[in-house]
Design a protein around this ligand. Structure first.
Ligand code: ADP
Ligand code: MG
Length: 325
């Protein structure tokens, strides 16, 4: 069982940022309004996520760390509203690290705690905590030393964690996120109202307060696919890394098709070595997109890639033209 989980971990947990992603997604699935992420050593010595969500009943803690146990089962794979649905993350993480989960539901008198060390699951112990869940992952890959060798430096791993938190935070503007670490990567994103205004406020918190003044709103649709968001004017010059955020039905995705469509839309107005800064939300019938391609779940496959590409290129060109660009 530990062996199977370690193999699964190879798929789901590539690096500390994968741990951060899985734990933050679990917190959001639990309806948290506050998600606190703490890291140490680029996430290799510590990733801890504390939330104020629904919590895990003491009687279900052992299930939460067993393979393919998910409390989020939906009958229709295309109608997945939660971010997680495979029941793979916690057992995978527990098989390659020292994992400790402490949780308390609203109606429980006390919290309970379970730990897993390199796949060995402890008994359930009583603990003291407020409502919500704290998941602590120490010494990632201590049980699989070969994996450790693939890690980049602490700084690279830290910035991958920061990127994961920012990416998810844009999709949940009403949730407060904090990120703290032993390095300089800290974030504090206060909660915003759940409205288009709050959405833009969150985007400004993540992208920089000068972004909204240098951005054009996009709002388009075609054949049942909706596209909203903000794109930078060509003169908006960000020297730092690529800042392109894309979401499909509220789920953060990384997708070559979307990146290529953005490049195409800006081809005439931006030099080849510069990138537009963009936040784009695609909304489409869940049957027309497969988010189930890879366990790490940031890939997507569109039923009609041409339609999506055409919509993005057309909508962005039109938005730029309407702004006189
Ligand atoms: P999945 O998210 O795919 O269900 P995970 O392995 O990530 O699988 O989590 C297993 C289960 O543990 C979840 O289905 C959920 O019931 C519970 N769980 C994990 N993290 C939390 C959390 N932060 N708050 C409440 N429940 C949680
Ligand atoms: Mg999960």
């Amino acid at each position: 069982e530990t062996m199977i989980n370690q193999i699964a971990a190879g798929e789901v947990i590539e690096r500390p940022a994968s741990v951060a992603k899985e734990l933050v997604e679990n917190a959001l699935d639990a309806g948290a309004s506050r998600v606190e992420v703490a890291t140490g050593g680029g996430g290799l010595s510590l990733v801890r996520v504390v939330d104020d969500g629904a919590g895990i009943p003491a009687g279900e803690l052992a299930l939460a760390v067993s393979r393919h146990c998910t409390s989020k089962l939906s009958t229709d794979i295309h109608d997945i509203r939660s971010l997680g649905f495979r029941g793979e993350a916690l057992p995978s993480i527990g098989s390659v690290s020292r994992l400790a989960i402490r949780s308390r539901t609203a109606d429980a008198d006390a919290a309970a705690e379970i730990s897993v060390e390199g796949g060995d699951v402890s008994a359930i112990r009583p603990a003291a905590a407020n409502r919500g869940t704290s998941v602590e992952v120490r010494d990632l890959f201590f049980a699989t030393p070969a994996r450790l060798k693939f890690m980049k430096g602490e700084r690279a791993e830290s910035s991958a964690i920061t990127d994961v938190v920012k990416r998810i935070a844009i999709a949940f503007p009403a949730v407060r996120f904090t990120l703290s670490g032993t390095d300089r990567s800290t974030l504090d994103l206060p909660a915003n109202e759940a409205s288009p205004h709050g959405q833009l406020a969150r985007i400004a918190q993540v992208m920089g307060s000068d972004f909204p003044d240098n951005a054009i709103a996009v709002d388009a649709g075609r054949d049942g696919v909706g596209l909203t968001g903000y794109i930078s004017i060509p003169s908006y010059n960000r020297a730092n890394a690529l800042q392109q955020y894309a979401y499909v039905n509220g789920r953060p995705v990384r997708d070559k098709l979307i990146a290529g469509a953005i490049r195409g839309a800006y081809a005439d107005v931006l030099p080849r070595d510069r990138h537009a800064v963009t936040v784009l939300f695609l909304a489409l019938d869940p049957a027309l997109v497969d988010v189930n391609v890879h366990p790490a779940k940031s890939d997507v496959r569109f039923r009609d890639p041409g339609l999506v590409r055409g919509l993005i290129v057309g909508a962005l060109r039109q938005a730029l033209a309407a702004a006189g660009i």
